[in-house]
Design a protein around this ligand. Structure first.
Ligand code: 5GP
Length: 214
């Protein structure tokens, strides 16, 4: 069995990442071979968010304790709050051959890429800046101050797009989901992601050749 693929998905706040990932995992054409890593954060829950599903909500003190204990694969501070990927879950799933999706921001994505060169980094964007602003304001879960902070942050994040492996425009959710699904299929076909199969095949071919020589 081959190791799972580590997929890192970033995008501006309001790009529709959550919807796309939700469809990929639970929608009509859901992928059973993928799971989502639930992050820890020190921000307060939004309405409708559930502990252990949306995030593991921690106080800043507890989060800092977890940093000290090296519990994170990566972590960062984003608009005043900590966010981090718990290491253990990700490593367990990858070892079990399950593809793991991290929905994280730019700084964390680059940390992951520097530790796992084979990770696939994807940036999702709305078709243009106007659409991004519309989606962000349409969400109506945040104050004007937070929305402004997120728009400023988005302009900063746009500068990091060239560091990603893939850029996907989220115009239609279904198209975006099927593009990511295709990408997973292609990644699975990389020789480095099929090393056990290759070793087995080489061994079988060797035996075949030995038999022919006799
Ligand atoms: P939100 O507060 O909107 O849920 O998330 C804010 C940003 O933090 C989003 O861009 C989201 O992708 C990112 N984020 C969520 N979890 C993590 C994480 O574990 N690590 C990092 N680096 N970013 C995260």
């Amino acid at each position: 069995m081959s190791r799972g693929i580590l997929l890192v998905i970033s995008g501006f706040s309001g790009a529709g990442k959550g919807t796309v990932i939700g469809e990929l995992l639970h929608g009509e054409n859901k992928r059973e071979d993928c799971c989502l890593s639930v992050s820890a954060t020190s921000r307060t829950p939004r309405q409708g968010e559930t502990e252990g599903v949306s995030y593991y909500f921690k106080t800043a003190e507890v989060f800092e304790q977890m940093i000290a204990e090296d519990k994170f694969l990566e972590y960062t501070k984003y608009v005043g709050n900590y966010y981090g990927t718990p290491r253990e879950y990700v490593m367990e799933k990858l070892e079990a051959g399950i593809n793991v999706i991290l929905e994280i921001e730019v700084d964390g994505a680059m940390q992951v890429k520097s530790k796992f060169n084979e990770a696939v980094t994807i940036f999702i964007t709305p078709p243009n800046a106007e659409e991004l602003e519309k989606r962000l304001r349409g969400r109506q879960t945040e104050s004007e101050e937070i929305i402004q902070k997120r728009l400023l942050k988005a302009a900063e994040e746009a500068l990091s797009i060239p560091h990603y492996d893939y850029l996907i425009i989220n115009d239609k959710v279904a198209d975006c989901v099927s593009t990511i699904s295709d990408l997973i299929e292609m990644e699975k076909r990389r020789v480095v992601n099929q090393s056990e199969f290759v070793a087995e095949l080489q061994e079988d071919m060797k035996q075949l050749a030995d038999r022919e020589k006799k």
